[in-house]
Design a protein around this ligand. Structure first.
Ligand SMILES: Cc1ncc(COP(=O)(O)O)c(C=O)c1O
Length: 439
């Protein structure tokens, strides 16, 4: 066996003891556990790129506001299901300031993370019309959303958008939508895991087809404003976060506070329904909800059933964050820009050592540097590469669990990598490259 940065016997033993039949196919949480165990047994710290968690301090203004709210006694009181008025006002303002779309505060609803926002959107969006009950994933995507559909007993279709960018997207989407059973389309933008960002032309195609085929777009903005190629930091000024909302009324926006405001632990996100969709009546909703009005079914049907609203103090925290952002006191984009800078550095190190980028272009523009990037190594499948990199103290996840057809690829997340670890990454990858010469 070749010498590797982490003792190979330890890695081998721990993989065996994990009972995982195929490390490369492990879920993110299974990999986290395995890497924790190898770290403890070897005494070596890994370059951890498997989990997409924020690596920054939470937005301070939110924490302070939550403490004040808790001291004032909100913990003993149920919050309004559709959110406290102060938060609803700030969400609506935020959407205007940073996306430039007008949504009534009535339809700006806090949820228990975007995770719950997605679940609620499926619960209502896929039940508006008998026989039209599936979700189309414009993949690659976030695996848990497919799990949500499986848990709900709902069907889905999926395709990897890699080969259908730009002008090719329309025909591909129509091949699914024309069958008539797709109720919702979901994608994240910027995309987890690939970090592609749809162009205006692509968003226009998605929006126009959503209108044509009466389909609801669930636009997952978990990485809001993190296309760092543009400066999206100024409230009320262009450029704005790109969105399908400019091209259709059939949309729900899921805006997570986990990454943009480093607020993942508080489990609060925003579900924003277009005014037109929220007011729309769908008689078939009556099969499941007391009302056939979309917005009403969302709040008093879905969100009520799931959790009866969102943590009271977290709502005060998010309201304070958004207030500071809306009035220009807190530049949240600047606070997360470090992810982009780190990605640029890390990508360069991977490329120098024989790795390749898998998803690399938004049509004619190189991808932005952000929270994730995707890599491959000649001669390795993604699953084999995951396993091999463990011997080199580097962890990531395989794209094969994300609906990507690029099964040679891995997703690398930059958020947990510390500045001091960059030279270690460089050394480890150089050793990997030396031990696996590219012919
Ligand atoms: C694409 C995508 N959607 C949704 C989420 C979940 O967001 P939240 O923490 O707000 O539930 C994530 C988190 O990683 C994500 O990557």
């Amino acid at each position: 066996m070749q010498a590797t940065p982490i003792k190979s016997e330890i890695v081998f033993e721990k993989i065996k003891a994990s009972g995982l039949p195929n490390v490369g196919k492990a879920s993110i949480r299974e990999l986290v556990r395995l890497v924790n165990e190898i770290e403890i047994a070897s005494g070596e710290k890994f370059i951890r790129m498997e989990m997409g968690v924020p690596g920054l301090e939470p937005a301070k203004v939110g924490v302070e506001a939550e403490i004040v709210a808790l001291r004032s006694g909100v913990a003993s009181k149920y919050p309004m299901i559709d959110g406290i008025p102060a938060l609803k006002t700030e969400i609506s303002l935020f959407v205007k300031n940073f996306i430039n779309v007008d949504v009534d505060e009535k339809y700006c609803i806090p949820t228990v993370g975007s995770m719950q926002g997605g679940m609620a959107s499926f619960l209502v969006g896929n039940r508006c019309q008998v026989g039209k009950d599936k979700t189309l994933f414009v993949d690659p995507g976030f695996p848990v959303q497919k799990q949500q559909l499986r848990v709900l007993g709902m069907g889905y279709e999926t395709f990897d958008v890699y080969n259908y960018r730009g002008a090719k997207l329309k025909a591909k989407l129509e091949s699914y939508l024309s069958k008539g059973d797709i109720a919702t389309i979901i994608y994240s933008n910027p995309n987890n895991p690939s970090w592609i960002c749809f162009t205006e032309e692509e968003l226009q195609v998605i929006g126009e087809l959503a209108t044509k085929y009466n389909v609801i777009v669930i636009e997952d903005l978990a990485y809001f404003a993190m296309d760092f190629r543009k400066d999206l930091s100024k409230p009320g000024e262009a450029p704005y976060q790109a969105t399908v909302a400019n091209y259709t009324d059939n949309y729900i926006l899921l805006i997570s506070s986990s990454k943009a405001f480093s607020y993942a632990g508080q489990r609060i996100g925003m579900l924003v329904i277009s005014n037109a969709l929220a007011k729309k009546q769908f008689p078939d909703l009556k099969r499941f909800f007391s009302s056939d009005i979309f917005g009403y079914a969302m709040v008093y049907g879905a969100v009520y059933s799931l959790s009866s609203g969102t943590s009271h103090s977290a709502q005060y925290g998010l309201a304070a964050i958004l207030k500071a952002v809306n009035c220009g006191e807190f530049n949240f984009v600047e606070s997360v820009r470090v992810y982009g800078e780190r990605a640029k550095l890390m990508k360069a190190i991977f490329l120098k050592n024989g790795f390749r980028l898998v998803y690399d272009m938004d049509e004619d523009q190189p991808l932005a540097d952000g929270f994730y990037f995707t890599i491959s190594y000649p001669g390795f499948s993604g699953e084999k590469l995951i396993e091999e990199l463990l011997y080199y103290g580097v962890s990531a996840i395989s794209l094969s669990i994300t609906g990507s057809e690029r099964i040679e690829g891995l997703r690398a997340c930059v958020s947990q990598v510390q500045d001091g670890q960059i030279p270690v990454l460089e050394q480890r990858l150089a050793t990997f490259h030396k031990n696996h010469p590219v012919v």
